[in-house]
Design a protein around this ligand. Sequence first.
Ligand SMILES: NC(=O)CCC(=O)C(=O)O
Length: 277
Amino acid sequence: MRVALVQVDSPAGEPAGERRARVGDLVRSAGEADLVVLPELWAAGYFAFDDYAAEAEDFEGPTLAAARGWAGELDAHVHLGSFVERDADGRLFNTAVLLSPEGEVEHVYRKIHVFGYRSREAELLTAGDDAPVAATAIGRVAATTCYDLRFPELWRSLVDGGARTVIVPAAWPAARREHWRLFTSCRAVEEQIVLIACNAVGVQHGVELGGHSRVVDPWGTVLAEAGAEPGVTWCDVDTAVVDRARAEFPVLADRRGDLPFAGNAPAPHSGTAAPRA
Ligand SMILES: NC(=O)CCC(=O)C(=O)O
């Protein structure tokens, strides 16, 4: 599978239509890709919190329509990153979508862990509550968005659901780039998956985005890592590496599902056992 990571910037003041057209030119330059991946909330700009309400879209809005067009033009899967979605009740979500080359919606993920540190996302957006895994022509795919990288229990649930590849759109600041590298590598190794992470670049409202979009395999091999500029980074991925890694080093099979801490259920407190020293 040929993956194109499309790092885009979202400068303040750029009209949304112009931004979609500019990003479309970049996406079209990824002509040979099987899968094109974009960052988190690039259309509105992740740190443009005052614009969220104005830039919010219906699910079938202009960002999805543009991405559907790109998928058809390139005959490729397009993960559009994410956009600010307004639902029928007026709630706003950070919604990530994967489209097939035919433009069909294959996977939808509404960000579960909305971010509140020097961010108004948690105040403005409603958190999602579902983490599906989709069977697609490019394998069993899931997605999580940016800050979700810090919550391993979410990732383990994706593996339990059969995920082999996880796509991560992000708007991760340069200030914590080493965390970005650490968590993307860690989640790939820990969950024995192919992790495909596309980050935003440029400066948004005084925050420098980190770029360094990456693809990491289950052995921790960094198959590609971008720089900090807008543009396309290519990566050839053999997704069968997941089954090979799980067969050769079957760590997931060694989980202690018989013990309370092994799952997400709260540990029982019988009140009889003495606390461990
Ligand atoms: N867009 C985000 O979710 C940012 C997350 C982040 O900066 C971090 O976890 O650190």
